[in-house]
Ligand binder design. Structure first.
Ligand code: SF4
Length: 428
């Protein structure tokens, strides 16, 4: 058997990272250097799978590591390392690899990819298979690295150069249309990970991949991914309605596509981008009956502390416009943001009740100190028993969704980890 045909890449997949895995596998499967590679994306990577692959040739195992998933992933990596030792190469990317690369090496990873992976990850796989030194690749670090770049120091990716998903493997999902965000909300790690410079996938590229997904994967519905969907086409600080309409108009023309979802989960819109004309235009193209609006707090003071750059009134105005335009606003709120008083927490929860009375739905989060965010060293968000009771009531009435209880535990976990990471900063 030809040696190259025997090499394997397992991209361990989990629901929390499926969109980024789809995009990275799209970059891998279309890379002409890697056509002979056997690629799999298991949700449950077994010792048996690895053993069979190791018997056949070189085996690379990849993880996209989110900071909220480190416990599970690091445990899996330790298990594999114990069982297979140096017979496998384990590489990690994603938010935690960019923010805390040294953590990955403590659990047994060999290499970490810092920053956006579409260019770096295939380079790394190619280097591993062809015997080149992976540490010469910009954005790849290992245990012995002396320089630990930040994602901003790695060249940004041109979305048009890469597929949004892996059509060959039939791993498809939303099309990422925008990357980067000029707003620097302190609770968010997007500006750290993808930079403040906004880039968009061109309309032509969106159409190309939508058409391919319809033809090859039987796509009948399309979703889009963006940090702020209504910012499409511009520099990110204000809407460009003509460019947005061009994307929607051309996308809905793709033959075989029955429905298009835009501005709803998994994307979000910033409140000050919501205007009546824009939502009316959206209404004429999209199938979604809701729009996802990030309001986050009932307090202008807390919003300002978090560098959110909009007011509560702008949020409420966006909600009213959405209702007038026949969309159900789904409003995101974060409880326990740094500096929030008990009264402000209660007021935010009461605002959720007001929103529900107006006809909106709410989505509740508890503040988590995400590595890479400005607030990464802040104490975790916490609810008191009365707040939990009020949120539970909304949830039972199906007026609020969200995993605030799990997030409270995760926030505590992240805070503890963040403190440990600070202490062990230095050579690993
Ligand atoms: S929360 Fe949204 S608007 Fe704020 S920095 Fe993150 S992506 Fe940008």
């Amino acid at each position: 058997m030809h040696q190259l045909c025997s090499n394997s890449l397992f991209f361990s997949t989990h629901s929390s990272s499926r969109y980024s895995v789809a995009a990275l596998l799209g970059a891998i499967e279309t890379d002409p250097r890697l056509l002979d590679l056997e690629i799999r994306a298991p949700t449950n990577l077994t010792n048996d799978d690895i053993r069979k692959s190791v018997e056949k040739g070189q085996t690379i195992i990849a993880h996209s590591v989110m900071s909220t998933q480190t416990e599970r992933i690091f445990e899996e990596v330790r298990r594999i390392r114990e069982k297979f030792g140096k017979q496998v190469t384990i590489v990690g990317g994603g938010p935690h690899a960019s923010a805390r690369p040294k953590d990955l090496f403590l659990s047994g990873f060999d290499y970490a990819v810092i920053g956006e992976g579409e260019n770096t990850f295939p380079e790394l796989v190619d280097a591993l298979l062809s015997g080149k030194d992976p540490l010469k690749i910009q954005g790849v670090v290992g245990r012995s690295s002396e320089i630990w770049p930040r994602p901003q120091e790695i060249p940004i990716v041109d979305l048009d150069k890469y597929p949004p998903f892996a059509i060959g493997m039939n791993i498809v999902g939303p099309i990422e249309i925008t990357r980067g965000c000029p707003f620097k909300c302190k609770f968010c790690c997007t500006p750290f990970l993808t930079g403040c410079k906004v880039r968009h996938r061109s309309v032509a590229s969106v159409i190309k991949w939508l058409t391919a997904a319809v033809e090859k994967s039987g796509f009948t519905r399309a979703w889009f991914l963006s940090p702020n969907a209504l910012s499409y086409g511009g520099k990110g600080m204000r809407a460009e309605p003509e460019k947005l309409e061009s994307l929607l108009r051309e996308s809905t023309k793709v033959e075989g596509l029955d429905e298009m979802f835009f501005g709803s989960f998994p994307s979000e819109v910033r409140p000050e981008f919501v205007t009546q004309p824009i939502l009316e235009m959206l209404r004429s193209y999209v199938a979604n009956t809701s729009v996802q609006i990030g309001l986050q707090s009932s307090s202008d003071r807390v919003l300002s502390l978090a560098n959110r750059h909009h007011t509560v009134e702008q949020g409420m105005r966006a909600v009213r416009i959405a209702l007038d335009s026949d969309f159900t606003p789904h409003v995101d709120m974060i409880f326990g943001l740094p500096g929030e008083t008990k009264k402000e927490l209660r007021d935010s929860i009461e605002l959720c009740y007001t929103l529900v009375e107006m006809g909106a739905k709410t989505h509740g989060h508890v503040f988590m100190p995400l590595p890479g965010s400005v607030y990464e060293e802040m104490p975790p968000g916490e609810l008191d028993s009365e707040s939990r009771r009020r949120l539970g009531e909304l949830s039972r009435r199906k007026e609020m969704t969200g995993s605030w209880s799990a997030q409270e535990r995760l926030a505590e976990f992240l805070w503890t980890q963040n403190k440990k990471s600070k202490k062990k900063d230095g050579p690993c």
